[in-house]
Design a protein around this ligand. Sequence first.
Ligand code: GTP
Ligand code: MG
Length: 296
Amino acid sequence: MTYLGQAKAASFEQDHLHEELPHPPVPPLVHRHPSVSLVIPTLNEARNLPWVLRRIPPFVDQVVIVDGRSVDDTVKVARAVRPNVDIVLEPEKGKGAAIRAGFAASTGDLIVMIDADGSMDPGEIGWYTELLSSGFDFVKGSRYLTGGTSDDLTWLRGQGNRALTGLANVACHRHFSDLCYGYVGLRRQVLPLLELASSGFEIETELAVRAALAGLRIAEVPTHELNRLSGTSNLRTFRDGWRVLHTLVKEWYVWDSPTAGAPAESILRVRYHELPVEITRSPDDPAALLAPATGI
Ligand SMILES: Nc1nc2c(ncn2[C@@H]2O[C@H](COP(=O)(O)OP(=O)(O)OP(=O)(O)O)[C@@H](O)[C@H]2O)c(=O)[nH]1
Ligand SMILES: [Mg+2]
């Protein structure tokens, strides 16, 4: 047989073999160059959002701002600082509703969510995308891992978070170190598994617990929570703590859901030491930012 004939026979054999192999049920877990969407919920953050938008690393492909009826110039400021930003108007009240709307508008292979108040440094996004690109499905920021810290957590909130984290670990047999924190990254592909429904701040708990129940590969990364740049928090400790507790109890109740048989996996805690980096931040003046655009 000629060389060409041999090659044709081999190729036929390969095609034939290939037909008999079952097709993979899902697309490959890891994309070589995954695209990245960043979701940012905003409620009156016109003074804080500019710093956040300027700190976004260049590898982020899409920025989705989900605005919740801001009465300051949040949306205008967002467009002035980053003209190609995607603006979504919140369909119903609450951070959870905003996050769900932002996820729905995201087109990236990987999605990261951060706050707009300047407390989460967009410079850390790479930790999330790196782990998601290497096979993790869900990556969560933790202020308690080595290398992580908070300049913002009060004693009361710290204690509440520890108690709720412990409860969540019992409920889903996991080892989360920081439940109530919303610096989160996930592969867009896993979104349908999570069936998110929360409207308020309890979305962070719902994300973590459902990710665990679905048997996703979860990593925690250390994060440095900064103070809110300016303005006041929208979180109310007791009201929102109660909503988190309610979410946990609900998740416990549906333990025999179709995902309940997922094997327990331990969370990989990625530890790193780095020299403390002084981040200089200051709130912006929205009027000054908008003046050139409006010709004032
Ligand atoms: N779209 C939308 N965004 C919201 C809503 N409530 C809060 N946010 C945003 O969600 C993020 C987190 O809210 P914060 O008020 O900072 O609450 P927190 O970070 O949990 O609490 P602090 O640690 O005290 O700042 C911020 O970017 C807010 O602007 C809402 O109802 N709708
Ligand atoms: Mg905040």
